[in-house]
Design a protein around this ligand. Structure first.
Ligand code: PMP
Length: 493
């Protein structure tokens, strides 16, 4: 960057070092100065701008205090990242542990969850069930019951493994022993605990490709090297090849209405996968938020957990996709040894999961009201899926969008016509007031640029068509600003 162009007003009452600070901060924020770039030495910049060295040193010191630059004796001053909030005078960024700084925590998941929260935006981004179906009356009744009859247990100190009542109820429903159930504050917590329990930095982990972004980010932050297993092909030969070549620490898969593709692994594929995993002594993490969200008459094949004869499957479940994500209640089922280890790790960040909600959910499960709710939810989800499918056929297919036919889960997985990228469409979509999840975030290797995911269940039914119409306008805007084949700078192969 050309530092002589920094705008400083010498006749202003604002001290020059603050003006220089603001100018440099602006340059970092706008990307004129990139992370890793070296600033001129204090002496050099002072002479280029006709300032005293103290003025430049004052600005650099403040930039460092704000965590924007880092000085290394003998090497110079380097831009380290984008600015923190103006009220953050202490450079926390420079204090984070080596593993956080090195492996980095991605913002993708957070953006995905927030993208639907802006007023006026119709969000097809994060996956949540239809809120209209949330059984408020039952919830109130069970809450009152828990408070009147079990307040001291529900609100008192409780086992890290979870309230025995909910462990029993989940165990009964899922057909496993209560001792093999660990209650979680959402299944994402389970993924994190498993990563902490099983992964050493540098280990290989096989993940669905494309696969759940929260798992990709968590395993990556634990220092794992991720190897993608192609979910569309689901070739067992390919999986065996990966097991032989990389000796991974675990296989993470979402076999039922997979997020994001919606694919269901057949019974045969499940059996073959388990045989391979057993042969190569590789644990399988089965992430299954969706089994109960089937929309056709027949439920999907049994979970890997129930087909497993070798005790190698850790099964994750959640109430986020069937009741509400805000309840933050999930669970896992695994060997008692693993449940014990995970509970010890869980204690470090979450002494125990909130109790009242556990009582309420246990009552839902044992009273039959959960089943009644699921029947109503499936009907509403099928209706919304059909609404979105018709809208996509009407508005988006003419633009060349192709998409799957979800038979469960909460999403359409879509492919853009050749040459169009989801990021460009998303940029236009933000202006049009509609949000979705770009495909790239579901790949461990930055592929999927021409894919995207739309959640059909969470937006109100009467907003779905309008949302897809906005999406169509975004497609048109992105297509008109994307160079067509032949006009592109790079050859299309
Ligand atoms: N696994 C998958 C495949 C998911 O899609 C999600 C949520 N999007 C989770 C786990 C985490 O869900 P929660 O923590 O809310 O239970």
């Amino acid at each position: 960057m050309d530092f002589t162009k920094l705008s400083l007003k010498r006749d202003s009452s604002e001290p020059l070092y603050l003006q220089l600070l603001a100018a440099l901060e602006g340059a970092v924020r706008e990307g004129a100065l990139d992370a890793g770039e070296r600033l001129p030495s204090e002496r050099e910049l002072a002479s280029r701008l006709g300032l005293s060295r103290t003025t430049v040193a004052g600005a650099y010191r403040e930039l460092e205090a704000r965590g924007l630059v880092r000085s290394h004796v003998g090497r110079g001053t380097f831009v380290c990242a984008t600015p923190e909030a103006a009220d953050a005078p202490f450079a926390w960024r420079g204090k984070v542990s080596a593993s956080v700084a090195y492996f980095g925590y991605s913002h993708g998941l957070r953006h995905l969850m927030l993208s639907g929260l802006s007023p006026g935006v119709i969000s097809f981004a994060a996956g949540a069930p239809a809120f209209e179906c949330f059984p408020i009356e039952d919830y109130l009744r069970f809450t009152e019951h828990a408070l009147r009859r079990h307040a001291s247990v529900a609100l008192g100190i409780a086992p890290t493994e979870g309230q025995p009542r909910l462990r029993r109820a989940v165990g009964e429903r899922f057909n496993t022993k209560a001792e093999r159930v660990l209650i979680l504050s959402g299944s994402q917590q389970g993924i994190d605990l498993i990563a902490r329990c099983l992964i050493d930095a540098g280990d290989y982990v096989v993940v669905d490709r494309p696969g759940y972004v929260g798992a990709i980010q968590t395993f990556r932050a634990a220092g794992a090297n991720l190897v993608g297993w192609d979910t569309a092909r689901a070739s067992l030969d390919e999986l065996e090849d990966l097991l032989v070549r990389y000796r991974p620490k675990l296989i993470y898969t979402d076999p039922t209405f997979q997020n994001p593709t919606g694919r269901v692994m057949s019974l045969r594929e499940r059996q073959d996968l388990l045989k391979l995993a057993a042969r190569y002594h590789t644990p399988v993490v089965e992430d299954d938020p969706w089994s109960e969200t089937y929309l056709d008459a027949a439920p999907p094949p049994p979970p890997l957990y129930h087909l497993d004869a070798h005790n190698i499957v850790i099964h994750l479940g959640t109430f986020s996709k069937t009741l509400a994500p805000g309840l933050r209640l999930g669970w896992l089922a695994a060997s008692e040894y693993i449940v014990d280890q995970l509970a010890l790790i869980k204690q470090h960040e979450n002494l125990f999961t909130e109790g009242l909600g556990q009582f309420v959910i246990a009552d839902f499960l044992t009273s039959g009201r959960y089943d009644a709710h699921m029947d109503a939810l499936r009907r509403e989800h099928a209706r919304k899926r059909d609404l979105m499918r018709r809208a996509l056929e009407k508005y988006a297919r003419p633009h060349g969008l192709t998409f799957n036919q979800p038979r469960g889960g909460l999403h359409f997985w879509c492919r853009l016509p050749r040459g169009l990228e989801a990021r460009a469409v998303l940029e236009a979509a933000v202006t049009e007031g509609v949000a979705f999840a770009p495909g790239e975030m579901f790949y461990p290797d930055a592929a999927g640029r021409d894919e995207l995911r739309l959640c059909f269940s969470s937006a109100p039914a009467e907003r779905i068509e309008e949302g897809v119409a906005r999406f169509e306008r975004a497609l048109a805007v992105a297509a008109s600003s994307t160079p067509r084949r032949g006009q592109m700078n790079v050859p299309v192969v």
